[in-house]
Design a protein around this ligand. Structure first.
Ligand SMILES: [Zn+2]
Ligand SMILES: [Zn+2]
Length: 141
């Protein structure tokens, strides 16, 4: 049986039937009822919005998404998640959330800076080896 730590109370339990332990199952179902009601009113919400609307933890909403419990209820771009952290993506084409997009932009800028530095280093090395060859040629003469 697949033993796992209950995400709600951190107790070890058998995960084969339910994503949380028996003791937490009722709480999880209560949260699910809240999510279901909120989505009945407005189905076009992101995981964050659902969590805020229901007053529950975002991880609970994400767990319901992971287990496929509320998957089909979400409409539109909310099904697209960030490829880096799993948060709802800002658009279907980008597949990144805002914070990861910012981080990625910073990384690209850093990489470009490194490339520029690396390029200059190569030129310096080239000049150096030309000088060495010149010295050797001089010696041969
Ligand atoms: Zn539990
Ligand atoms: Zn992200």
């Amino acid at each position: 049986m697949p033993l796992s730590k209950c995400p709600r109370c951190e107790k070890i339990f058998d995960k084969s039937n339910f994503p949380v332990c028996n003791a937490c199952r009722e709480l999880e179902e209560a949260d699910y009822a809240l999510v279901k009601d909120a989505l009945a009113v407005n189905s076009d919400m992101s995981a964050e919005q659902v969590a805020e609307e229901c007053g529950i933890d975002l991880v609970v909403v994400k767990r319901m998404l992971d287990t496929g419990k509320v998957k089909l209820v979400f409409a539109g771009d909310t099904s697209v998640t960030c490829g880096r952290c799993g948060a709802p993506a800002i658009s279907a084409s980008k597949k990144l959330c805002q914070s990861c997009l910012d981080a990625l932009n910073r990384e690209v800028a850093m990489a470009q800076k490194d490339m520029r530095l690396g390029g200059r280093k190569k030129v310096e090395l080239g000049q150096f080896s030309t000088n060495v060859r010149k010295t050797l040629d001089d010696k041969r003469i």
